[in-house]
Design a protein around this ligand. Structure first.
Ligand code: ATP
Ligand code: MN
Length: 525
């Protein structure tokens, strides 16, 4: 039936569907993947099996003389020898060859044609193909005819495990990247986000090589001036939620590049957290979860296939993936001018960081390299204390070069374009997790609006005595009482203790980079 063939990849499977439409992938998923459903709103409900989140401990980069010197080996980048990579690749291909049907998605990453790469995804699950069809930049029919050879190929054999006896394997899961071969091999995890973040890892290697800053951030643009603003932040801090902003055009929700020309989205879709999603608080995301979207690991009722967004029984990390044009105010192509504002989002579960403060360029580098957010105890019994998490450049797991590389690029851009930098706490107020409460989304949205409207340029500020940044003390549509976290706490002494504790953790974490001798802790600008 299909004329497309994968024999140059060593794959000889009777049926290969290349760039099938969502409707066809729906049919394939319903027919061949038990458990798949169509939701009441028309989204494809699919399940990723045992793994419902990324496996950062199982991500490996091939150690090769050509790139070895470039890579920040250590906490996020584990080395893999070439032979083990080839064994894993062979294992993936052997598995894919046992299938009757394979799916291929040929598409692009990077909206700026100068920095675009061609990606081929080869997978055995229609759900994975639909996911990447929506997350990558979809080629036109003509572009598909002229596609030629891809720059990177993802072999997704996630349903099949790695062999623990293969050198370097520590579990049955391995996500292996070879920059030299232009290949990613996935074994032992069916979490679709591994493919998306695999591409991001590749871009985090390639872009800085060309002087382009790759960023784990969302981006919006002013509808009139086309100038942009970016929001960095670790998982759950609000990148996707806050970028679905009816006042601005959406450029992207998660991964961007910043070149001499301006910013561009790397992806063609968004991947939103779906837990506790409601039409009222997040209308743009809610309406995007319709026909064509993938809804992962959600629970629904049998009678009507209504999704219960409050049900976390499979995972807290329920997700929806949809093409960016499903968001009403998306700007296509997803490119925009240089940012006027850089916003660092942090979900501070200690409840001590102010809702909004402005950072000097030096403080910006400090917070960028630290990449602070907090994890809450969640449902685990007995754990009351929030846990500080530090992830350099607000994207540690996806960095390839040393954080210094990205920090230098950001510092240079902040200086050149006279960008204002803000720290926004989307986490706790009025006390730490367990005592206070999460910042109201309406207040955070009001803060972001005020930043974009330029309303905070001339409001009164005070220097925080513990953290040092300029705290905004007046912001339209936000009660002044919450703008000063100490005031928001019932017990000021407890505030003081907790704030000092966090400030000490900041310094302690930062010290490791200073010890490296590379982060100078100063900004010569
Ligand atoms: P990831 O990198 O994993 O995609 P993200 O930064 O995009 O994470 P979001 O998907 O935007 O994070 O998740 C933020 C979550 O926190 C949403 O579920 C949102 O409803 C919730 N939330 C609650 N209060 C706030 C707030 N004040 N600001 C932002 N988000 C909030
Ligand atoms: Mn997101």
């Amino acid at each position: 039936m299909s004329t497309f063939d994968l024999s140059n990849h060593g794959l000889h499977v009777p049926t290969i569907l290349r760039n099938a439409d969502p409707s066809q992938l729906y049919e394939e998923a319903i027919q061949y993947e038990p458990g798949t459903r169509i939701s009441h709103s028309g989204a494809l409900i699919a399940y990723s099996g045992e793994k419902t989140g990324r496996s950062p401990q199982d991500k490996r980069l091939v150690k090769h003389q050509d790139s070895e010197q470039d890579i920040w080996w250590g906490p996020v980048n584990f080395p893999l020898d070439e032979t083990s990579f080839l064994i894993n690749r062979e294992r993936a291909k052997d598995y894919l060859n046992t299938r009757d049907r394979l799916y291929v998605v040929d598409a692009f990453a990077g909206w700026d044609p100068q920095h675009q790469i061609k990606v081929r995804v080869i997978c055995s699950r229609p759900y994975h193909a639909l996911f990447m069809h929506q997350m990558l930049i979809r080629p036109t029919d003509e572009q598909l005819v002229d596609f030629g050879e891809p720059d990177f190929v993802i072999y997704n054999a996630g349903r099949f495990p790695a062999n623990r006896h293969t050198s370097g394997m520590t579990s049955k899961t391995s996500v292996d990247v070879s920059f030299e071969n232009g290949e990613v091999v996935i074994l032992g995890t069916e979490y679709a986000g591994e493919m998306k973040k695999g591409i991001f890892t590749i871009m985090n290697y390639l872009m800085p090589k060309r002087g382009v800053l790759s960023m784990h951030c969302s981006a919006t643009a002013d509808r009139v001036t086309g100038q942009s603003s970016v929001m960095f932040g670790l998982s759950g801090t609000g990148k996707t939620t806050l970028s679905a902003d009816p006042r601005r055009s959406l450029i992207g929700d998660d991964e961007h590049g910043w070149s001499d020309e301006g910013i561009f989205n790397i992806e063609g879709g968004c991947y939103a957290k779906a837990i506790y999603l409601s039409r009222e608080s997040e209308p743009e995301i809610f309406q995007a979860l319709r026909f064509g979207a993938v809804l992962e690991n959600v629970v629904y009722d049998d009678a009507h296939h209504h999704v219960d967004f409050n049900n976390a029984s499979i995972t807290q990390n329920t997700r929806g993936a949809y093409p960016i044009e499903f968001v009403t105010n998306a700007k296509i192509p997803c490119v925009a001018g240089h940012p006027t504002d850089v916003i660092f989002l942090t979900c501070d579960a200690f409840g001590v960081l102010p809702p909004v403060s402005q950072l000097t360029p030096e403080q910006a580098m400090f917070h960028f390299v630290n990449g602070y957010t907090a994890k809450i105890a969640g449902t685990e019994v007995g754990i009351k204390e929030p846990q500080a998490t530090f992830s350099p450049c607000f994207g540690g797991p996806f960095l390839v070069w040393h954080p210094q590389k990205y920090a230098d690029l950001l510092a240079e851009r902040i200086r050149t374009h006279q960008v204002r930098v803000w720290l926004v706490n989307t986490g706790w107020t009025g006390g730490a997790y367990g005592v206070g409460s999460r910042m109201k989304l309406a207040y955070t949205r009001a803060i972001i609006d005020a930043i974009h409207a330029g309303d905070l340029h001339h409001v009164p500020t005070r220097t925080d005595p513990i953290f040092g940044m300029q705290v905004v003390t007046q912001c339209p549509n936000v009660p002044s009482a919450i703008l000063d976290p100490k005031q928001a706490w019932a017990d000021p002494a407890a505030y003081e203790t907790n704030a000092r504790k966090l400030a000490a953790l900041f310094e302690e974490n930062y010290a490791q980079f200073q010890a490296d001798g590379v982060i100078k802790g100063s900004f010569d600008g």
